[in-house]
Design a protein around this ligand. Structure first.
Ligand code: GLP
Length: 257
C-alpha cells in the first residue's frame, strides 16, 4: 500500500520524515536503515541530528547501508557519498563507525564488493526501512531507467541527465563520475518499509509517473507500486500532479511490466 503524507511547509516536511525514521529506530532493538544522499534528505538529517543533540534519539544500536556511491571517488573525496554521510549525519550522532556501510567507489574488485554488500545487508537481518529520494528521470539509488526490477547491487553508467543534475555539487560537469555502484531495485524492494522523500515542483511530473503511471522498468521508481508498505512524504509542489489523493493505491492491483 502507498500512503502519501502531504506537508504544507518545509519544516513540517522534514519533521514528518524524521519522525518516521526515528519511529523505526525507537521501535526496533537493532534497527537497520537504507539511506540516501542528494539534496533532498539533508533537512531530514538535520532534524535527526537535532533530536540526537536534544537527547531524545540515539543511533547507538542502528546499522545503516547507503544506497550508492560514485565509482572512482575515494571515501575522503568531498563529493563522495561516504564523505556526504559523515558530514551530514554520521559525525553528528552516536552511530558506531562500524555500523555504517557505504559502498566503496574504489574497490579493487567491484563485483566481489557488490556481493559482499548484499551479504552484509542480509546478515544484518535486512532493512527495516529504506529511505529514498528520486531522480528527475525516476531513478532510485542510481538505478537509471531500463534497470531490471530484479537487479541487486551492481555497477552502473550514469545517465547524462543524472550527471547534469548532480553537477551542482562539483566544480564542473566533467568532474562528475560517469559510473556508480548502487543497490539494485530488488535490493531496495526487499526493505520491510519504504519512505520516499521529495520536495519541489521539479519532481512533480516524475512522481506522477512513478506513483500513478504504469509499472515499467523505464521508470525505476514505479516498482514501488508493487511494495506492500510505502509512505511518500511530499510537499504540495511535489504532489501537485498526483490525482485523487484521497485514494490509497494498493500494491498488487497492477501487474509488473
Ligand atoms: C542522486 C542520488 C539519489 C537521489 C537523487 C535525487 O543521483 N543517487 O539517491 O535520490 O540523486 O537527488 P536530489 O535529492 O538532490 O534531488
Amino acid at each position: 500500500m502507498l500512503r502519501v503524507i502531504l506537508c504544507e511547509n518545509a519544516a513540517r516536511w522534514a519533521s514528518e520524515a524524521a519522525d518516521i525514521i526515528a519511529g523505526v529506530i525507537r521501535e526496533k532493538s537493532r534497527p537497520v536503515l537504507i539511506l540516501p544522499t542528494g539534496g533532498t534528505p539533508m533537512p531530514v538529517y538535520d532534524a535527526l541530528a537535532q533530536s540526537h543533540a536534544d537527547g531524545v534519539l540515539s543511533f547507538a544500536h542502528t546499522t545503516t547501508f547507503n544506497l550508492d556511491e560514485y565509482v572512482g571517488l575515494e571515501p575522503t573525496h568531498q563529493q563522495s557519498y561516504r564523505a556526504f554521510m559523515e558530514r551530514n549525519l554520521f559525525q553528528r550522532v552516536d552511530i558506531p563507525a562500524g555500523n555504517t556501510h557505504v559502498p566503496l567507489g574504489v574497490a579493487a574488485d567491484m563485483a566481489a564488493q557488490c556481493q559482499q554488500y548484499e551479504q552484509a545487508l542480509e546478515q544484518a537481518g535486512g532493512a527495516d526501512l529504506a529511505v529514498l529520494g528520486i531522480g528527475g528521470n525516476g531513478h532510485i539509488g542510481f538505478n537509471e531507467p531500463g534497470t531490471s526490477f530484479a537487479s541487486r547491487t551492481h555497477v552502473v553508467s550514469l545517465d547524462e541527465r543524472t550527471r547534469r543534475d548532480n553537477a551542482r555539487f562539483f566544480s564542473s560537469l566533467d568532474q562528475v563520475p560517469t559510473q556508480a555502484v548502487t543497490m539494485g531495485l530488488s535490493t531496495i524492494q526487499s526493505a520491510r518499509r519504504i519512505l520516499l522523500l521529495a520536495q519541489g515542483a521539479a519532481k512533480a511530473p516524475i512522481l506522477r509517473a512513478a506513483l500513478q503511471g504504469p509499472v515499467t522498468e523505464s521508470v525505476p521508481a514505479s516498482i514501488l507500486q508493487c511494495h506492500g508498505d510505502v509512505v511518500a512524504v511530499l510537499d504540495l509542489a511535489a504532489a501537485s500532479q498526483l490525482e485523487d489523493l484521497s485514494v490509497e493505491w494498493r500494491a498488487g492491483l497492477r501487474q509488473m511490466a
